[in-house]
Design a protein. Structure first.
Length: 690
């Protein structure tokens, strides 16, 4: 047997292994334990070509001689065995058939082969080469994350070329020739180590924040929806489908207690969402339930090509097992009414039979509801603006010095507002009122005098700056000592700064003490804490509150209202916003924007909340509508809107109650549009409850 053949083949196999591993294809290394037991070390490599195709290359070498020098026995050889395989289910798992070739060189003597094959080997030495091929059948068992075990047998034929020698120790050749062998060409019990492929995550759910807000009743009725799948061996319970943040989120519990999977089996459950009309559909991520060996294959990177995005889990036969399924798809308007079913693939091969689709949930088409807006009152009441300025005065003085310390900044709080109002021809300033506050560190009467004079001084300064009628300026007011502010500051200060905080609060709250004794008592008992308050809290108690009452003129024409809406919408009254909205097509983008702006400027208005709730109902944003309707008061229009919300949620009994209220409240008023909406919504309830 020529040594250069061995060296050449080792180099070839080494290069082959390196090239295969570098491609990141699924790779397995193996050794045939039968050959090992016959003292023939061997190594094989198998790589995946496709989901059901692999190719392997085996190399074996027997260089050994046994016995004494005058009675040596050996069957030295090397062999090369390439093979292509087709797997019936999945590569590297289960049954396969193959086509193989074989070839090599040999040098043998004193060997007795079974079944009377080549008897001359017992007393002659033969050397030469052989080549052949055949077909094979085998099976692999998955043992663990990396290990498999394989059994295989092959049948075929081989052409054997030989030279015959007298004995194993002498070199005289007796002849040469060839022969044909037909029979078993492979017997393998192989230990297989998988090293290739890309491992995958086996996370069972997608992460999604929990949503505890009220959901539409139609969805609530579907909560707890259940079904049995896979011939009753799989149960689905607690199924919910919700619209959360522009995502349709499906959750359900999948019980697998009765499901038993055979070796190599996969069951796939794939939720299918269809529109009520059947024209649109979308599938959620499939749930891929694998037997143990298929789960290991999945972890090796052997994903099921039919379901590349599947949520994969391992079925543990004989154990109680429940899977919490969570998946989502982007929301689309057609999903407001739907049929939800679960498709079953009992082999994981992508073949879905119509009978294997089980209905799970149904949400009917939304009924049409009619809404009635509410026109605000046409009055335009005066408005008030409140603010606080921290004006600094010289100690025990009340003359206002505009440039003293931080006074320029504080005075601008007042003047910046008044500058805009005075310059705007649409605004009339009706009243300016100043209220001064002093801190309690001096005698009460002294503080009264300071607070009053300082408030009057600030009032005179504002009056001199603006040429407004004297009647605009209300008499200055004052609170001699700001105990209210002191209490709030003490309460918000930690006990690490004010260890006697509770005792100080008790003194402040003591109604039997006059202001001056209160202040002295705090100072005497808690001097260090008093000094802290005097330095850090008292300056903020000395402040000037200002209140500006103003009126925005009425805009008489629709065009005026539109012009102001585009430039200064905060000057419009609610009724003027209503007039602007009526110039647009109802529930158009422009209409909705005008109604939203009115609510932004008048967030405490019941009328603004109701009209924006109608927009939300028309858009299908039921959660927003519910929040707005909680602020919309008890008008007939608000009750009709609440009825519409209940109809859209499937709460038909509640809808009837609100419709009764709407009809009762609107009966005496001449509101034909409202009455028509109420009657239409009653008919919608009747249709939905038939």
């Amino acid at each position: 047997m020529k040594t250069y053949s061995l060296q050449t083949m080792l180099v070839v196999i080494g290069l082959f292994v390196c090239s295969v591993v570098s491609t990141a294809q699924p790779v397995a290394l193996k050794t045939n334990l039968v050959y090992d037991a016959l003292t023939t070390p061997n190594l094989g490599i198998e790589i995946g070509l496709g989901p059901k195709n692999t190719v392997q290359l085996f190399y074996g070498l027997n260089p050994w001689k046994f016995g004494s020098s005058d009675n040596r026995k050996y069957m030295k050889h090397w062999m090369l065995n390439p093979e292509w395989r087709y797997w019936f289910c999945h590569r590297f798992n289960g049954s396969f058939i193959g086509v193989h070739a074989l070839g090599g060189e040999y040098d043998a003597t004193n060997v007795k082969l079974p079944f009377g094959l080549w008897d001359e080997l017992q007393d002659h030495r033969f050397e030469g080469w052989y080549v052949g091929g055949g077909v094979s059948y085998g099976y692999q068992w998955v043992l663990s994350r990396h290990w498999n075990f394989e059994a295989a047998i092959g049948l075929g034929a081989a052409y054997i070329d030989y030279q015959k020698f007298k004995c194993g120790t002498c070199g005289k050749r007796e002849g040469k020739g060839h022969k044909t062998y037909v029979g078993p060409t492979k017997i393998a019990l192989s230990l297989v180590y998988n090293i290739g492929g890309n491992s995958t995550s086996t996370a069972a759910t997608s992460q999604l924040a929990r949503d505890d807000r009220p959901q539409p009743t139609a969805a609530r009725q579907a909560e707890g929806a259940s079904a049995t799948l896979v011939d009753g061996k799989v149960s689905v319970s607690g199924a919910t489908l919700k619209n959360v943040g522009q995502q349709m989120v499906l959750t359900m519990s999948v019980g697998l207690d009765e499901l038993r999977l055979r070796h190599g089996q996969t069951v796939v459950l794939r939720p299918l969402l269809r529109s009520a009309s059947g024209t649109d559909s979308i599938r959620f991520r499939p749930l891929l339930v694998n037997s143990r060996d298929m789960h290991i294959q999945h972890r090796r990177g052997e994903q099921n090509k039919n379901y590349p995005d599947a949520i994969e889990i391992e079925r543990r036969n004989g154990r109680q097992q429940t899977v919490s399924y969570l998946a989502q798809v982007p929301y689309e308007p057609w999903m407001d009414s739907y049929d939800l079913a679960v498709e079953e693939d009992l082999c994981g091969c992508g073949d879905l039979v119509a009978d294997n689709t089980t209905p799970l949930m149904h949400k009917p088409t939304k009924p049409e509801v009619w809404l009635a807006g509410l026109e605000p009152a046409p009055d335009k009441p005066a408005q008030q603006l409140h603010g606080t300025a921290y004006i600094t005065f010289v100690v025990d003085k009340w003359d206002l010095l505009p440039t003293y310390m931080n006074n320029p900044t504080e005075l601008r709080k007042i003047t910046d507002t008044l500058d805009i109002m005075v310059a705007d021809k649409n605004i009339s300033v009706e009243k300016i009122k100043i209220h001064g506050w002093a801190s309690p560190e001096s005698p009460y009467e002294h503080n009264r005098m300071l607070a009053t004079n300082r408030a009057q001084s600030l009032t005179r300064w504002v009056q001199q700056k603006y040429q407004l009628p004297s009647a605009v300026f209300a008499p200055a007011e004052a609170t001699p000592e700001n105990w209210q502010g002191l209490r709030a500051a003490v309460e918000q200060t930690g006990t690490d700064v004010l260890p006697h905080r509770e005792e100080i609060l008790a003194i402040i709250d003591d109604g039997s003490l006059q202001p001056d004794p209160k202040e002295r008592l705090i100072k005497q008992r808690y001097r260090s804490e008093y000094d802290y308050l005097l330095k850090t809290v008292y300056p903020g108690l000395r402040r000037s509150d200002y209140e500006i009452t103003f009126v925005v003129r009425k805009f008489n024409t629709v065009q005026e209202c539109l012009d102001i809406y585009r430039t200064k919408p905060h000057q419009l009254s609610q009724h003027e916003f209503w007039r602007v909205a009526q110039t647009f097509t109802e529930y158009s983008d422009d209409y909705n924007r005008a109604v939203q702006t009115a609510y932004n400027i008048y967030p405490a208005s019941e009328v603004a909340a109701l009209n924006l709730a109608n927009v939300a109902l028309h858009q299908g944003d039921l959660l927003k509508a519910e929040t707005l309707l909680s602020q919309a008061g008890q008008s007939a229009q608000a009750e009709n809107a609440r009825a519409a919300l209940c109809i859209l949620r499937g709460q038909y009994d509640e809808a009837v109650r609100h419709l009764d209220n709407a009809q009762q409240k609107g009966h005496d008023a001449d509101q034909p549009a409202l009455m028509q909406a109420v009657e239409h919504n009653r008919e919608a309830v009747k249709v939905m409850t038939r």
